[in-house]
Ligand binder design. Structure first.
Ligand code: CAA
Length: 409
């Protein structure tokens, strides 16, 4: 905690909380002092070091290596990892705040932060001490980043139907075979978590989580996808051809992988909700500024009620997204179940990101459609928040199941 707080505090000293315009920093009164300083520091960092490079990185499909290194220095690559393992030792509220601010500056950078924290959370919770030494500590400082390989070409939403196999070989190691699809950050990652089945007839009860370095023989980054958004980061197919993984690298126990995936995705959805809120906030700020400057029909756009209605609707959705996200984070930090609440936050925030970036383009008109302004980038980046870590359709299924089965706070 001290590490991030210290770096956050140092940054906070440079720009006092009360100085300058804090437009868009909402609900300060509801946050602790640490969280307020974190929010301000991440916002300043995003304004100075993320936003100015976001469009070039997207255009050139350039991995933001320097920005990720800075995230590591600030403790943002391991917000929820305890200090004894090299993490920042903060809570999910801090994680949500950091993700939102980083995404407001550059959503592509925030997906590196998000997947790394998703991975680290699972290893911290289920890993043995020696697994944490080998597969958690090196991933906390931004020097190494991790992938999380659950989806497959034939099974995205139906995670329980994994067909990548893990077979025990004569030398006692597991041999992994199959193809994983749409794996974020896998090109730059040093290692990660792979889900495979030890017995397909057991359905989800056969799924097992394996920790591995990326450099192991047989693991290949087969295809880098060409994407609509988040183009500064890689999304690849990962093929596994007799990849040997010792039993000591099974995370949890054989057959517990599906539960590990579901639990870690519950927490991960707080991060995606925060990311989507950050994109929506950026879109709202951009079109509000534009509406105050641009003149049409003899007056500023901001004087037109049609525009005011759009701004009001956007602001309402951004704030409800933030509050749902912070509620899920608070519940997680206080030991409550979050399956329904994280799904609600992710569903609402990701649809808000799409809505706000769409409305932002409408308000900017022709300017919004060109790459001279970042509105079109917000729109392209927003779309995937409705897809990864569970589509909007899956979130609705999860929410309905929780309500119908009485699993609710
Ligand atoms: N926490 C703990 N356990 C859970 C759980 C949760 N949130 N959800 C389900 N389970 C348990 C159930 O209790 C049940 O346990 P038992 O066998 O002991 O009874 C078991 O898991 C099976 O549950 P279901 O029958 O509900 O499972 P299902 O097969 O119907 O699937 C699902 C449920 C919600 C659709 C799930 O498959 C799912 O979440 N799919 C989406 C997958 C997803 O998010 N993929 C994203 C890929 S990762 C990614 O995008 C990362 C990246 O790179 C950015």
């Amino acid at each position: 905690m001290e590490k991030l707080c210290r770096s956050v505090w140092t940054l906070g000293q440079r720009t006092s909380l009360s100085s300058g315009s804090d437009r868009g920093i909402a609900c300060l009164a509801a946050l602790s002092e640490t969280h307020q300083i974190l929010q301000k520091s991440c916002r300043d960092f995003a304004n100075a070091e993320l936003a100015p490079h976001a469009r070039r990185h997207d255009r050139e499909e350039l991995f933001p290596a320097e920005q990720v290194r800075r995230l590591g220095e600030m403790g943002l690559m391991s917000v929820i990892v305890r200090e004894e393992y090299g993490g920042a030792g903060l809570d999910y509220q801090a994680y949500a705040i950091g993700m939102e601010e980083v995404a407001r500056g550059d959503a592509a950078v925030s997906i590196v932060m998000g997947v790394n924290n998703l991975y680290a959370g699972a290893v911290q919770q289920h890993g043995t001490e020696s697994q944490k030494e080998q597969f958690l500590v090196p991933y906390t400082q931004g020097k190494h980043i991790a992938f999380y390989a659950l989806s497959e070409p034939g099974n995205g939403s139906d995670a329980g139907a994994a067909s990548t196999t893990a077979r025990l070989s004569d030398d006692g190691a597991y041999l992994l075979n199959g193809t994983k699809a749409w794996i974020s950050n896998s090109k730059e990652a040093s290692g990660g978590l792979i889900f495979a089945t030890i017995d397909k007839s057991l359905k989800h009860k056969g799924i097992t989580a394996f920790l591995t370095d990326k450099s192991v023989p047989g693991l290949c980054i087969a295809k880098k996808e060409s994407k609509m958004g988040m183009r500064a980061t890689s999304t690849c197919q990962v093929t596994l051809d007799d990849v040997s993984v010792p039993q000591s690298q099974v995370l949890g126990s054989p057959g517990s992988g599906f539960k590990i995936a579901m639990e870690s995705l519950d927490s991960g959805r707080i991060g995606i909700a925060a990311q989507a809120t950050g994109i929506a906030q950026a879109a709202l700020e951009l079109c509000t500024d534009y509406a105050e400057k641009r003149v049409a029909f003899g007056q500023r756009l901001s004087r037109l009620q049609m525009i005011q209605q759009k701004i009001a609707d956007m602001a309402l959705r951004v704030e409800t997204s933030r509050l749902l996200t912070w509620r899920a984070a608070w519940l997680k930090d206080n030991g409550f179940a979050i399956t329904k609440e994280a799904a609600m936050a992710k569903l609402h925030a990701s649809e808000t990101a799409t809505y706000c970036s769409h409305q932002c383009i409408q308000i900017l008109g022709g300017m919004g459609y060109t790459t001279d302004m970042p509105a079109e980038l917000y729109y392209r980046n927003a779309r995937v928040t409705e897809i990864y870590e569970g589509t909007s359709e899956i979130q609705r299924i999860v929410i309905a199941n929780c309500i119908l089965n009485g699993i609710s706070n």
